[in-house]
Design a binder for this molecule. Structure first.
Ligand SMILES: *Cc1c(COP(=O)(O)O)cnc(C)c1O
Length: 374
């Protein structure tokens, strides 16, 4: 090749590290010829989607030749009713990843910076760098903190300067599972200047338990016009494969996000599935109960092994292995269990384990016991 395309790429793209997804089951099957694989690597809902979502998808199949509703009217109407926000406050995305990218494209330039915490969700650096903007990484809480490796509001505030346009906060955070307490998040929102957009990523909000003192930022939308709350159907609603998420914000911000959005960014199956899934509260609650029980099951095993874990308000547990998490990840792969190493998040001695069904958790526990003790 006589031409160096790397040198032609946009400056931010040249040094961009692509997102590392959880290893797909099909890949492990190809590599190791294994059957009965258990995937606890991407925080998916082990129960799958609501049966109502599947019915809606089947019905929509007959219309696949048509473009989707580019404004997502039905889904927005359902969300508007459910959340008590105006339809003008909503932006739909091809997953909430898409919405995060819309925020970056609408507000970040090479003259501006984004702020996010150490050990925060990996998509924030990617969307920031892709548009050539600068990034400031705020120090996370120290390991001996009550919320180890969690976001430190004071460090986030100290990272904000005249160039800051966007702050990304994951609450609860992935991969740590940690969260900001109600007063911490509110204090942070109060202290951030109005001209800085604050994205509060609530991908796991449905798994937050009452006693955790972790409030949704949606409660404060009226107080903070710079607030963008993002949510997804990929986790508790079990629709990761269809890709649908959304943002709730001041209508003026929603208008800007919708300007940079692809005209048909959410496909027609995703639109109907998400609207149907929203209605199925029983299914959502079954998933929450499975998560609660699975979390206790995994924590009991860790306790027996003498392993510590980070506090988690999500559907996953970040466990301290006392040695290389990636080595244990590889050993688990050989035993047909996929989890997530988090060395790329600056946590080389941890493994992130998604909560599965009781049987899936039991398989993981058995395999991990084998790796740790044989
Ligand atoms: C999984 C996840 C998302 C959601 O991604 P989708 O694009 O909606 O599938 C967003 N933020 C965090 C922190 C996540 O862990």
């Amino acid at each position: 090749m006589s031409c160096d395309y790397l040198s032609l790429a946009a400056p931010g793209v040249r040094t961009l590290q692509p997102y590392q997804p959880g290893k797909p089951e099909s890949e492990l099957r190809r590599e190791f010829g294994l059957d009965h694989i258990v995937k606890l690597a991407s925080n998916e809902n082990p129960l799958g989607p609501s049966p109502r979502a599947l019915v809606a998808v089947r019905e929509a199949l007959s219309d696949l030749a048509r473009y989707p509703d580019g404004n997502g009217f039905e889904l927005k109407a359902a969300l508007s009713t459910k959340l008590g926000v105006s339809m003008a406050a909503l932006t739909l995305g091809n997953g909430s990843n898409d919405v995060l990218e819309l925020v970056a494209r609408a507000f970040l330039t090479p003259e501006h910076e984004a702020v996010y915490s150490e050990h925060a969700f990996a998509v924030y650096p990617i969307v920031t760098q892709a548009v050539g903007a600068g990034a400031r990484v705020a120090k996370a809480n120290p390991p001996d903190h009550a919320m180890p490796y969690g976001h430190d509001p004071a460090a986030i505030l100290a990272s904000i300067n005249d160039r800051t346009r966007v702050v990304f906060v994951a609450n609860p955070n992935n991969p740590t599972g940690t969260w900001l307490k109600t007063a911490e998040l509110l204090g942070l929102l109060e202290a951030i200047p109005e001209q800085v957009i604050v994205v509060v990523d609530e991908a796991y909000v449905e798994y937050v338990e009452a006693g955790m003192d972790c409030s949704s930022a949606l409660n404060w939308l009226d107080r903070f016009p710079n607030l963008v709350v993002t949510r997804t159907f990929s986790k508790a609603y079990g629709l990761a494969g269809l890709r649908v998420g959304y943002a709730v914000s001041h209508p003026q911000i929603a208008d800007l996000l919708n300007r940079v959005r692809q005209p048909f960014n959410v496909n027609s199956l995703a639109l109907v599935a998400a609207a149907a899934a929203l209605d199925d509260i029983d299914h959502l609650q079954r998933g929450q109960a499975v998560n609660r029980a699975g979390m206790a099951q995994l924590q009991a095993a860790c306790r027996q092994w003498g392993l510590n874990w980070l506090p988690s308000a999500g559907n996953f547990l970040c466990v301290e292995m006392g040695r290389s998490g990636r080595e244990i990840f590889m050993e688990l792969l050989k035993r047909g269990v996929i989890v997530r190493p988090v060395d790329n998040y600056g946590l080389p001695r941890y493994l992130r384990i998604s909560i599965g069904t009781e049987a899936e958790n039991a398989r993981l526990i058995e395999a991990l016991h084998d790796v740790l003790h044989n």
